[in-house]
Write a protein that binds this ligand. Structure first.
Ligand code: ZN
Ligand code: ZN
Ligand code: FE
Length: 762
């Protein structure tokens, strides 16, 4: 045995498969002149190295610091072992059936190496739209089973040519075991299908697509997780035509621009935003509009923000290089339906919208929409967590039984709890039509398969009519736990922050079914994972017309006025009353008084809506939360004080009064106070009110940890100001950074709450 030979066994856990980890280890061992082997295992990568002691030590240290870009290491554990006297370092095949529970990487944007090759006229993949390597390309959307191997992906129908196979087999190559490896000779091809023209292939298809777009036409473009509908973002007529055909009236349309420089021509970017824009996840990032720019007004009407992303597939880069300032790249669907992924489906569903189809023959197995984020105070906040991030789990601090949580009705995601990890699915959408419901079921089946999970417990919302609830109830093979909506919101924050209860949970939200059958949404809970008390809530008021009151915020305005002033409100001298018909308003008031299709709600989202309508921002909305968003955007810069606020003790809880706030707003309206000031005052009132409530609850209970969740926290002004004020008052504040605070993050809380309730019961 040579002098000073050390040997170590190293186990690395995390996302370390399908991300070029074994070749990285191979090359790292070579660099340190170490012998041994590396293999994939059930939960990660197993390494044996031996050589000079200092080199072994340096090797182990470098694993975390030099890991490949897509790897996410959760632990590196090493122990000294007896040397095996190896004479080389080898990548050895994984033992059969062992890698089923390894983590799958999300889809990621093309890396700089591949981009440089694609743009190099001398490279054999010059201009090839499916170039990829172990550091980049599709993953989650092309896998239909584990272990992650080419035959389990939609690349199975393409046989690698000799050049590609040689790269694939060479541990020193960037494409070693890159499952989607391909080239123009052996891999997928793009094709442009026009209305009646002959199909075009390859570079000709890209050139013609660009020409059609420059001509103002709408082209459906197949991407990573589904089709986009593309149109020249500087052509207002074209954008308006897209809106008409897609039946999408006002919701902002996402933009894709070639690079940061070009984005700066129409939007403001700070360093945080630049960082997330250029990250391999390539989400849509909300950016403030530049005052004057060449983007068509129809892209984001009445909005201070654009949603912008950089190209992320090679094909995007080829298209954007044709001289566009930006393309609208909105999901390829009719309003409210799931995004199209299969070619025949796209032809059928997108034909009435798109003038042409830029498609390809690499199948998408699982739909995945673009993610949407906003940077606030240096933190990435999700509005939608999907492509690029899914299926990276939320790592928990405890092990749990396997739970399948079915999520909410709107912005649905599902969550699968497995041991100490929670896998939140991609964005599924609003479960309001059959197509989305089918996508919901397909996602559940797919995730259970690729995560190799057999659930022991089912979780769903308390709302009896949610399709996700019905799905859960129809499955009678498993114990079912129904979790109250706002309890789930609070547990969602607790889960990602590794908190055990109890905490003070502020669930400020749009709509959720309450324990008493009314609609909750302005809730302060004292919560643990398995139980909660309702410590405070906004005074319930009627929602005249139920769902109609969400689409028509003026109904809520009438309801709050009637609540605050009774019949006398007709005599108020405010502009709002001249914009509505008194007879209609009287009907709403009667509905509320008699409880006719007017459920009671304590929702803060509805209070935002009602005030937005009252100040004249809008009477109707095209999408949920629009009025509240406009009230936030209307906020003025000056410090304008607060409205009166307070609460009454009712039983065990506190009923927060809304009347003083409405009185304050009305007094301002009578005096002609500008909307900017009213909005500022309203936000300041909420900040003061909820801080005072937390102080009161702390005095009573001693709790000083506050968890913030619910759709209202998409409002960056309120979240930032409230968190700061709470901290100034000595609270520890916890917010959502890994999943959205809206219903997109609900399934995470559902899963954890159900696990706790189930374990408590068992
Ligand atoms: Zn690459
Ligand atoms: Zn090839
Ligand atoms: Fe909610």
């Amino acid at each position: 045995m040579p002098e000073g030979l050390a040997a170590s066994r190293v186990q690395v856990l995390g996302i370390v498969q399908g991300v070029g980890f074994r070749p990285f280890i191979f090359q790292l061992a070579e660099a340190h002149r170490l012998y041994g082997h590396v293999a994939n295992t059930a939960s990660g990568v197993d390494i044996h190295v031996e050589g000079a002691p200092a080199q072994v030590e340096a090797f182990i240290g470098a694993i975390s610091t030099q890991a490949p870009p897509l790897a996410q290491i959760t632990s590196v554990a090493s122990q000294g072992v007896a040397p095996g006297h190896y004479t080389e370092f080898q990548i050895i095949p994984s033992r059969q059936g062992e890698s089923r529970s390894a983590l799958i990487s999300p889809d990621v944007s093309i890396c700089t190496d591949c981009l440089a090759e694609m743009q190099d006229p001398k490279d054999r993949r010059h201009g090839y739209p499916f170039i990829n390597c172990t550091n980049c390309g599709p993953r989650y959307t092309i896998i239909d089973d584990v272990p992650y191997d080419r035959p389990k992906t939609s690349m199975r129908s393409f046989r690698m040519c000799l050049s590609c196979q040689t790269e694939y087999d060479n541990p020193r190559d960037r494409r070693f075991h890159a499952q989607p490896n391909a080239c123009d000779d052996c891999g997928p091809q793009i094709m442009l299908e026009g209305v009646d023209a002959k199909p075009l292939w390859g570079a000709a298809a890209v050139t013609e697509t660009a020409r059609l777009l420059q001509d103002g036409q709408i082209v459906a473009v197949k991407g990573l997780g589904g089709y986009h509908l593309a149109v020249d973002a500087t052509n207002n007529k074209a954008v308006e035509r897209l809106r008409r055909r897609k039946q999408r009236e006002e919701k902002p349309l996402a933009l894709m621009a070639p690079d940061l420089e070009t984005i700066r021509r129409f939007a403001l970017i700070d360093t945080d935003e630049a960082e997330v824009l250029t990250s391999p996840q390539r989400p849509i990032v909300l950016l403030r509009k530049r005052r004057s720019n060449t983007i068509a007004p129809a892209v984001s009407p009445r909005n201070a923000w654009y949603g912008v992303m950089l190209p992320y597939t090679p094909l995007h880069y080829l298209l954007l290089a044709k001289g566009f300032t930006a393309l609208v790249m909105t999901s390829g669907n009719l309003s409210e339906e799931p995004i199209a992924i299969a070619n025949p489906d796209a032809r059928e569903r997108l034909a009435p919208i798109a003038d042409a189809l830029l498609t390809h023959d690499r199948e998408i197995y699982l739909r995945c929409d673009d993610s949407i984020v906003r940077k606030t105070d240096g933190v990435t906040r999700f509005l939608r967590r999907s492509r690029g991030y899914v299926p990276v789990p939320v790592f928990l601090h405890q092990r749990h039984p396997s739970v399948l949580a079915c999520g909410a009705e709107l912005k649905n995601t599902v969550c699968i709890l497995k041991e100490d990890r929670a896998f939140v699915s991609q964005h599924i959408g609003d479960l309001e039509n059959l197509a989305t419901y089918e996508f919901f079921q397909a996602t559940i089946d797919h995730l259970l398969r690729v995560l190799d999970v057999t659930p022991e417990v089912l979780a769903c919302d308390l709302h009896p009519d949610y399709l996700s609830t019905r799905y859960a109830r129809e499955r009678d093979d498993l114990p079912l736990v129904q979790v109250q909506h706002h309890h789930a919101h609070v547990v969602s924050v607790m889960a990602e922050n590794h908190l055990d209860g109890p905490v003070i949970g502020l669930a400020l939200d749009g709509t959720g079914y309450g324990l008493d059958g009314t609609i909750w949404g302005g809730e302060v809970l004292i919560a643990e994972a398995g139980r909660f008390d309702r410590a405070a809530y906004l005074t319930p008021v009627p929602m005249p017309g139920s769902a109609a009151a969400i689409k028509e915020p003026w109904r809520m305005a009438v309801s709050y006025l009637a609540h605050t002033f009774d019949e006398r409100f007709y005599d108020l001298d405010i502009p709002f009353l001249s914009t509505i018909e008194r007879r209609q308003a009287e009907i709403l008031v009667t509905m509320g008084q008699r409880g006719l299709n007017a459920p009671l709600t304590s929702s803060l989202g509805r209070l935002f809506d009602g005030i937005a309508a009252l100040v004249g921002l809008r009477h109707q909305v095209a999408f949920e939360g629009q009025a509240a968003m406009e009230l936030e955007m209307a906020i003025g810069p000056d410090d304008a004080g607060e409205y009166d606020y307070g609460w009454k003790t009712v039983g065990e809880g506190r009923r927060i009064e809304v009347a003083p706030i409405i009185e304050g707003v009305v007094a301002d309206l009578v005096q002609g106070t500008p909307t900017a000031r009213i909005s500022r005052r309203f936000h300041a009132t909420l900040k003061a009110l909820f801080t005072a409530l937390c102080v009161d609850i702390r005095d009573q209970t001693g709790l000083d940890r506050v968890a913030l969740s619910g759709g209202v926290f998409q409002n960056a002004v309120l979240s930032t100001a409230l968190a700061r004020r709470l901290e100034q008052n000595g609270f520890q504040v916890y917010t959502q950074r890994l999943v959205p605070p809206n219903d997109g993050g609900l399934s995470l809380g559902q899963a954890l709450a159900a696990a706790a309730i189930h374990e408590g019961a068992g």
